[in-house]
Each structure stands twice: as C-alpha cells, then as structure tokens.
Design a protein around this ligand. Structure first.
Ligand code: ARG
Length: 287
C-alpha cells in the first residue's frame, strides 16, 4: 500500500468514526444489570466513583498508536489492546466502556483533559507513568512494561552516533517520553531544531520510509508491531533503548474512588488471565 493511501484510509476512518454509534464502536456487549452482586469482591462496581456519564466509563486516547489504539481502516472502529483492556476494566466495574468520535485527541492534550475534568473519566493511551504526569493526574498501577526504540529505514546505516548531527532529522510524537529521550540523546540535532514532534506515529513512520526523516524514536512494542505486522517492513529497529517504562491509566486527582476501582479491576484482570490473553492476542506473547 502506498503511503498516500494509508494516510487516506486513516482520514476516511476518522470520518466514518464520527458517524458511528457508541455501541457499534466498541462492540462490547455491556452489562445489562447486576454489576454489583457479591460475586465480584475485587471491584466495587463503580460505587462512589464520579463518572462523566452514568453507567459508562468514558475514555480518551490518541488513536495513532497501534496496536494499543488505532482506528480500523475498514470500519472506523476504535481497536487495540488498550481498547479491549478498557472494556474489561469497565465490565469489572459493572460499566460499559464509552468510545466515541470525540475520544481521539492529540497525545499531549490527554493529561490536561483528565486534569480539567468533565469530558472523560480515564485516558488509556500506552501512557508511561512519569513524575511530571503524576503532578497533574493520578496514574493507575502499571499494566505493561515497555521500552523505547530507534527506527530507521532499512539499509540506511543510521545509528545512534550518526544521528546526533545538525544535519539529521529525527521524528517523535509530541509530548511523549520518546520525544524527551530524543532531545536528551541527540543534543546536536535538538539544538538545530531537528527533533520533529508530530501528532501521530504513523505519519512519522511514513516520513522515515520516504526519507523525510532520518529516524524515529517511539515505544518498542509499537515499532515492532508496525514493522512486523502492519506493512512498514521497509523500516527496521536499529536499537532497542532500555528506558524501563511502565504504562498506567490516567484518572483525575479529584476522583480517588475511580482510581481505586481501576486498580482493583486491573488486579482482577491480571489474576483471571485476561491480561495474559490480551497480550498474546496483540503482541503474540506476554510482555
Ligand atoms: N509511552 C509514551 C509516553 O507515554 C508514548 C505514548 C503514546 N501514546 C499514544 N496513544 N499516542 O509518552
């Protein structure tokens, strides 16, 4: 598929997404009733947690981060590991995960939106738990371990050394830990203004394929998936960067009960094997 048509697909998907109903988006059965019976002691069935919409766990993300979150090219549905995890969490709380055309935001607006309140209950976005973010919002217990990666065009010969030059351009997703890592580790490229913060990782990968960018820094599971499963086989991972990150779910500091409920649900999901199942489905293995 050409890079143009890939891009076109995504734009079309965004349009389609706008016209779909909530249930068709997520396709989860929901829990008609009775989420609060005694059979599920681990989760408090949402009792006491404030919710934007009653009965729903309203989610936001940045949908250009496969396989964690992306829009299905054909149907415009929100899909991915985080989407299914949100469904499982919601179910444990006796709620339905609520994904709409409004759920897709730029990555760097997610924490401010959760902090401001009123639009969404949680941001679930392959979001690394960092001290800076913890100043602004609460983050759940970790649900996945991750690292960064340096992605280059196959055979281009770029390395960590060759890239730190004012003549090289490195793409990142704006506001991410990969962006911070690139700024710190490519100081010459950074001071020349050559670390380019984009809104989405797919545009960044296309740019590396076409030679617009010399490299990309992004989360390793995303790079592997895109290269091995999603058509970007003209790219390669030049370096795995062991940053030791962990992903958490962002919740407003004004909603401590929701944080407790999410953590209880995550624990139950780990215990009952759902977490392992989701990881195998989306990553081919447990991470
Ligand atoms: N883990 C990285 C971070 O937290 C990147 C996350 C990007 N996620 C997304 N849905 N676009 O900064």
């Amino acid at each position: 598929m050409s890079t143009m048509s890939r891009r076109g697909f995504l734009q079309n998907s965004a349009l389609v997404l706008g016209g779909l109903s909530l249930t068709s988006l997520v396709g989860c059965g929901g829990q008609a009733s009775g989420g609060s019976e005694g059979s599920a002691p681990a989760a408090a069935a949402g009792a006491g947690a404030k919710l934007v919409e009653e009965g729903k766990l309203t989610c936001i993300s940045n949908m250009y981060f496969p396989p964690f979150e992306f829009m299905d090219e054909k149907t415009g549905e929100a899909k991915g590991f985080d989407i299914e995890l949100s469904n499982a969490i919601a179910e444990h709380m006796g709620l339905t995960a609520n994904w709409t055309s409004e759920s897709n935001q730029s990555f760097d607006s997610l924490v401010p939106t959760i902090k401001a309140g009123g639009k969404a209950d949680i941001a679930i976005a392959g979001m690394t738990i960092t001290e800076d973010r913890k100043q602004e919002v609460n983050l759940s217990n970790p649900y996945l371990d991750s690292n960064q990666s340096l992605v280059i065009k196959k055979g281009s010969g770029e390395t960590l050394k060759t890239l730190d030059s004012d003549e090289k351009t490195i793409a990142v997703q704006a506001g991410t830990t990969g962006a911070d890592w690139a700024k710190e580790n490519f100081p010459k490229a950074a001071s020349a203004g050559n670390i380019k913060g984009l809104d989405d990782i797919i545009t960044a990968m296309e740019g590396v394929s076409t030679g617009n960018f010399n490299a990309l820094v992004t989360d390793l599971p995303v790079a592997s998936y895109q290269i091995n499963e999603n058509g970007f086989d003209g790219l390669e991972i030049e370096e795995e960067i062991p940053t030791g990150e962990q992903y958490g779910i962002a919740v407003s500091k004004d909603n401590p009960q929701l944080l407790d409920d999410i953590n209880a649900a995550l624990e139950a999901i780990k215990q009952d094997g759902t977490m392992a199942k989701l990881q195998k489905k989306w990553f081919g293995q447990e991470l």
